[in-house]
Design a protein around this ligand. Sequence first.
Ligand code: BJW
Length: 245
Amino acid sequence: MSIALAAEWLARARQVTVLTGAGVSAESGIPTFRGDGGYWRKLRVEELATPAAFTRDPKLVWEWYEERRQTVAQCAPNAGHRVLAAWEKRFPFFLLATQNVDGLHQAAGSVRVAPLHGDLWTLRCTAEGTERIDRRTPLPAIPPRCPACGALERPAIVWFGEPLPKEHWEEATQAAVVCDVLLVIGTSGVVQPAASLVDIALAHHARVIEINLRETALSDVVSASLQGPAATVLPALDRLLPPDT
Ligand code: BJW
């Protein structure tokens, strides 16, 4: 599928929705979850990002998050993030639903963001459910404790078996229903319900354009697959669009 045709679809679109995954931040230096380098101390994400893993060993789970917080703190948005931030102003309707918790879309200037899986910098009290932002890394103590009540805090991130934040999920599904084009960038498409945005968009006659280094679980159903690094393909697509007026 040619990038020129994808650009043509985008040029005609008024309503654009985007779903991003870890691959969009890979060129900023943040490892993805699956495939090469997808293990941490021989553990898969499915063995760490669960309420049961946290109950069993909160320190271990926090050590994983602490390492990731340290990595992300040293990373900056890349050209892919920047194109998506600019497109927010280009299209009359635009929503960026992201599975990423690194905050790099927001750092690039994106405002119309629906963070589906939470935020790496927000801590939630396991007793009271209150949340606070703490960008210190390393944190003074692992696992951290709630300054108000002393209970254990957890990362405010959606783990397996937990529901997505209702407001953001509803916003994302609505955006998938109404969009002319859904861009699906840097995700393996194996985690639900985020991946189901593709089915929703297709059922409502949108064009779905995938950008990924390789074939994914979604490649067979999307309207177009563009293979290549997001930080290269997104600027290339952008250059093919008519000048923004
Ligand atoms: C590049 C690139 C470059 C690299 N350029 N590309 C239906 C069927 C089966 C199972 C389920 C189902 N519905 C629900 C489930 C269960 C589960 C699930 O999906 N399991 C599957 C693994 C089978 N889902 C859930 O549990 C969800 N909750 C839920 O459904 O709740 C229901 C409920 C309702 C009411 C009450 C209670 C419950 C929650 C899912 C939460 C996922 N959270 C995680 C962990 C967070 C940890 C953290 O961030 O700290 O979020 S999992 C992990 O995967 C993370 C990611 O956001 C998510 C997606 O991964 P992503 O982004 O796709 O990354 P990768 O690594 O998989 O792929 C990277 C891609 O980039 C690759 O394709 C590369 O090729 C590509 N790439 N470099 C372009 N430069």
